[in-house]
Design a protein around this ligand. Structure first.
Ligand code: MN
Length: 191
């Protein structure tokens, strides 16, 4: 694997809408996130009413080799399940000791993070802000605004994605709307 050579290249990502006309997005619908929101009844009702797009992301088809970088854009749509904002599934990196940078292009949200040692953090994402996700931290983007939350990300190409741990355990914290503004609360489902 490590001898795969990547030639220099250029790729287009729109800095306003995050889209690339050179890549197909991976699209996540609400029905693909069963069990990940705190309010299961609200979730089931929302899926029945309209199985909305929650987020899209554009990834590169590059080899996942040590020393390379992967980058792309992520678009989280506005919406809520009960009082919990639309969010990405979130993941750890399979190689836990690898970090990531997210740069916010538009919209408003939070990057929610936690590590296996029990530390957690939430950093605000607003246009022009770059959030550093340190190694060992699971990370999830959460859209707290009325428009799309669009970020550009870059991470070590061989990091890999571990979605299963979050699907099973959840995050320690949730970000919900309370009295018309975002509030960080304990996740009652956290194991
Ligand atoms: Mn990541």
């Amino acid at each position: 694997m490590s001898d795969i050579k990547v030639d220099p290249f250029t790729i287009f990502f729109d800095l306003k809408n995050g889209m690339s006309d050179e890549r197909k997005p991976t699209r996540r619908f609400l029905s693909q996130m069963k069990g990940m929101y705190a309010d299961d009844a609200a979730f089931d009702a929302a899926v029945r009413e309209n199985d909305a797009i929650v987020y899209d992301f554009y990834e590169l088809g590059l080899p996942e080799t040590p020393g390379d970088l992967l980058f792309g854009t992520s678009i989280v749509y506005p919406g809520k399940v009960g009082d919990e904002y639309f969010m990405t599934k979130g993941h750890f990196h399979t190689i836990l000791d690898t970090a990531e940078v997210y740069y916010c292009l538009s919209g408003k949200g939070y990057m929610l993070m936690e590590n296996p040692e029990g530390d957690w953090d939430a950093q605000l994402l607003t246009p022009g802000e770059a959030v550093y996700v340190p190694k060992r931290y699971a990370h999830r983007s959460i859209n707290i605004g009325d428009e799309k939350l669009i970020t550009f990300f870059v991470f070590r190409a061989d990091a890999g994605h571990d979605y299963g741990t979050i699907e099973t355990k959840g995050f320690r914290k949730l970000i919900v709307e309370k009295d018309g503004k975002p509030a960080i609360i304990d996740n009652p489902k956290w194991k």
